[in-house]
Ligand binder design. Structure first.
Ligand code: PMP
Length: 344
């Protein structure tokens, strides 16, 4: 009887195997074929489900974790959401040390998934004992049976994508992929997928996306961290002010920098033209594709896979808010579409 019920064991069975969706309108003026790997189809609505599940299951395989133990990380973003979700199903405690800059919505969302959230002051330096880095480290030292995910410096972050994202793309394109374009934050996604794809075909071009205000592109070119490259920017999850060891710079052929403004407009265009409601870094990666296309990177035989990392719902008060766009000076409020009101 039980065999007749077509149900998944739990929500974690749905992680990975995200669809590859052809882009039709947005890329009409570019030469080549363009496909988006839409990571919002993961149950936690982002690519971070993959690393959360993989790193926790790797710790289980190594006998480091047993039920009732504790998962610790320093993020209020996608990784925090995924870790909280995996912890609930597997029976772990999840502790997230987040900055006081994190929105109330994000903190409430993590708490709804059972995570214990420590809100740490945003204005202190990384080496201050109150910083979220040091709070997480201290909690890890003090909590028996805990693991610290430390995604920017964890090789397992690369391995997760080497074992899932890379093979899926190879399979979905029947090995016909010529270019991969992906954002780099921790670098796990691009490095892991690149490693797998280059092993299959070393001619596949791996194109990274970085933000103005981040050090990654310059470091890739010079192998030096240039402090002049560091200044504030708005896109979350893209680029960094330090060099993550979860980035394999040798596997990346080229980096392209994108602006906050063009990426924001592009994010809105993806929804309007392709019906894909995806996040700000998906706009960033599409903006980079546009710039790569303008530089003549692609030809009519190119099969370009673009990774869209997360879902648009997390950006309702940002890129999808006309008010926010206006406040950033990204458009004149007169250009914003009028909200239709019905009077009763
Ligand atoms: N986009 C978003 C929204 C993210 O949260 C991240 C992760 N920081 C990335 C892109 C980049 O992915 P990765 O960390 O694997 O480089």
């Amino acid at each position: 009887m039980k065999e007749d019920i077509k149900a998944y064991d739990n929500v974690l069975s749905l992680i990975g195997n995200t669809p590859l969706i052809k882009l039709n309108k947005l890329t009409k003026s570019f030469t080549g074929n363009f496909y988006a790997k839409v990571e919002a189809f993961n149950p936690g609505h982002s690519t971070k489900d993959r690393i959360a599940l993989y790193i926790i299951e790797e710790a289980e395989r190594q006998g480091i974790l047993s039920p009732g133990d504790t998962i610790i990380e320093t993020t209020s973003g996608n990784t925090g959401f995924s870790l909280a979700m995996v912890s609930i199903i597997k029976g772990y405690n999840c502790i997230l040390a987040v900055s006081s800059k994190s929105s109330r919505d994000k903190i409430d969302m993590l708490r709804s998934l059972g995570a214990k959230v420590y809100v740490c002051p945003a204005h202190v330096s990384a080496d201050d004992e109150r910083s979220y880095y040091n709070v997480a480290k201290r909690l890890h030292q003090e909590t028996k049976g805990s693991i610290y995910i430390n995604q920017y410096f964890n090789q397992l972050n690369i391995d997760a994508h080497y074992k899932s994202t890379g093979p899926e793309i190879w399979e979905q394109t029947s090995g016909k992929i010529t270019h991969l374009v992906a954002c780099s934050g921790t670098g796990g996604t691009i490095s892991g997928a690149a490693k797998f794809l280059k092993e299959k075909n070393p001619n596949i071009r791996i194109l990274g996306v970085d933000a103005f205000g981040s050090v990654l592109k310059k470091y890739h070119e010079t192998k030096e961290l240039d402090p002049n490259e560091i200044y504030p920017y708005r896109i979350e999850g893209l680029g960094k002010n330090l060099i993550p060891t979860a980035t394999d710079f040798d596997s990346i052929d080229h980096f392209m920098k994108v602006t906050d403004e063009e990426s924001a407009h592009m994010t809105r265009e993806i929804a309007k033209q392709e019906g894909l409601f995806v996040g700000y870094t998906s706009g960033a990666v599409m903006q980079a594709v546009k710039q790569y296309a303008e530089e003549g990177e692609f030809n009519e035989n190119s099969n370009v896979v673009v990774i869209f990392p997360d879902h648009g719902s997390r950006y309702m008060s940002k890129v999808f808010s006309d008010e926010w766009m206006s406040d950033q000076g990204f458009f004149d409020s007169v250009n914003a579409e009028e909200v239709q009101k019905i009077e009763f």
